[in-house]
Design a binder for this molecule. Structure first.
Ligand SMILES: [Zn+2]
Length: 257
């Protein structure tokens, strides 16, 4: 875990924001010190706001009296785009609160995407060519020639079986070298730039292990019920699956807060 510090790079100061969302994905209220304000771009020494990336939408919420409309990542900086930067001041501690309903939905959707990808990959060997994780409805693209109705219903059932098993979702950091020795991770780890020497690993029980920077639920049962809304052809060898989630009794019980 990187510590909050700053470094100078070609005369331009960049800040390494401590990413609290990696330490605790359920953290939605926190305090941070403002280290930089440029126009509507605000950087803190630490943040629980997840920036847009990896197909996931960014968090929104509040920073002091200002609204955070979007959060982006540039190098190792997490940049909060706010509506009223004049309400914030460099060097001053500010309270941040994340729109939790939206974030929690994104966490559920993201873990669901990993489960579906693992199942489709296991059954067909297909790889993921893109994904968009939103609250409400999400989608995944696979490099597949066909997706018949019957198979989709089999995948949905297998994914919901994983949800009901209540598997723990763990995240941890690992040296690149070590990760390269794990069979399932080799391809992903190789795809990452060589400059990345510590990888964050997300493991969903015995179903899926990936190098991944995104936010997830702590237990698969929080997901509820996975519903595949439709499958679309997006050109040759590209099939897109749309999915949404239904609440169940188990899905309203976060594992931590
Ligand atoms: Zn992911």
């Amino acid at each position: 875990m990187e510590a909050a510090c700053s470094r100078f790079n070609s005369g331009v100061q960049t800040v390494l924001t401590e990413k609290l969302y990696w330490r605790d994905m359920y953290l939605h209220e926190f305090d941070g010190t403002v280290v930089s304000i440029e126009g509507n771009r605000v950087i803190l020494d630490q943040t629980a706001f997840y920036p847009r990336g990896g197909g996931l939408v960014s968090d929104t919420g509040k920073l002091g009296g200002a609204m955070v409309t979007e959060v982006i990542k540039e190098n190792e900086d997490v940049i909060h785009l706010v509506d009223h930067p004049e309400l914030l001041k460099v060097g001053v501690v500010v309270h941040g609160s994340i729109d939790w309903d939206k974030r929690y939905e994104v966490m559920k959707m993201h873990t669901t995407a990993h489960i579906l990808c693992a199942i489709v990959n296991r059954e067909t060997g297909a790889l993921i060519t893109g994904n968009q994780i939103n609250p409400g409805e999400s989608r995944i693209d696979f490099n597949l020639e066909s997706f018949d109705r019957e198979r989709i219903s089999d995948y949905t059932k297998a994914a919901n079986d994983v949800v009901v098993r209540g598997l723990e979702v763990k995240s941890y950091f690992m040296n690149r070298e070590e990760a390269l020795r794990m069979p399932g991770l080799v391809k992903l780890a190789n795809a990452l730039p060589p400059s990345v020497d510590v990888l964050r690993i997300v493991q969903i029980g015995d179903v899926d292990t990936q190098a991944d920077g995104g936010v997830h639920v702590g237990n698969t049962r929080e997901i509820g019920e996975i519903v595949i809304d439709k499958a679309e052809n997006k050109g040759k060898n590209n099939r897109r699956l749309y999915f949404s989630l239904k609440r169940t009794a188990a899905s309203s019980q976060p594992t931590s807060s």
